[in-house]
Design a protein around this ligand. Sequence first.
Ligand code: PAF
Length: 293
Amino acid sequence: MSDNKTATQRTTIVCTTIKDVRSEIDKLKKSGKKIGFVPTMGALHAGHLSLIQHAREKSDAVVVSIFVNPTQFGPNEDYDSYPRQVESDIKDCEQEGVSIVFVPDRGEVYDEKNYLNITVEELNNHMCGGSRPGFFEGILLIVNKLFNIIKPDVAVFGQKDIQQVQIIRQMVHEFNHDIEILCASIVRANDGLALSSRNMYLDENERVIAPSLYRALHYIESQVMSGVDTPKLLLDHQKSELEAKGLEIDYLNVFDKKTLQPVPVLSKGSEYIIAGAVYLGETRLIDNILIEL
Ligand code: PAF
């Protein structure tokens, strides 16, 4: 630890092993505390802090995990360069009144070879699952492990990763985890850009262009809410506008909130996700808006 405090002086307990985190959580549970959990990959920003605040409101003691999970990165993705700043993350957690930060290393969580996997059917065919093979399998693997280690009462995830939230809800349902899953709203910069650890990859120029994705989603939302029920032309037009600004489109579409399939014709009384992912230089940006017609 680079700061002067010893582990015992910290108000936040930092655990690196499963054995230690389990024993600390046991103590909290024995004293009747409801455990709120916020899993993260670190590089905490105001979006994560809002998840922690949400967890604090819904529980008596918050546990945050910081682990850059290798199994959710593809071979050509940014696992090695993903921002790592554990010391400042722990300080942020202390400031937010987090009870326990769990920071395992790779060997603590994964064996050299895993014989089992979790597969996802259909829910990962589109959106981020469509362009990141194995991504949600990797997420379910780690979240399942973390749920079994922490055994929280509630876990909070961010709406920015809405496909992740919905697939985790399905896992909790199908695997009978006794955990309430909460979804916290997206935190945005003043110009609308959804906060993300990957925003730190953007150069000055790219940072100016980046909020265009949110503006496009917002425009689509306004059109759909005022009666456009077959959004194809609208989507095509917004894609061209984004491309003209130098963004490469991964996807931009309206999806059913439960099945996560694209919906060509929208109907009243249904819930949808207007979602997009774009590349700006090397950086992949995602964002979404939830609507109910
Ligand atoms: O949303 C994230 O940061 C990650 O996907 C999660 C849930 C911490 C699993 O690694």
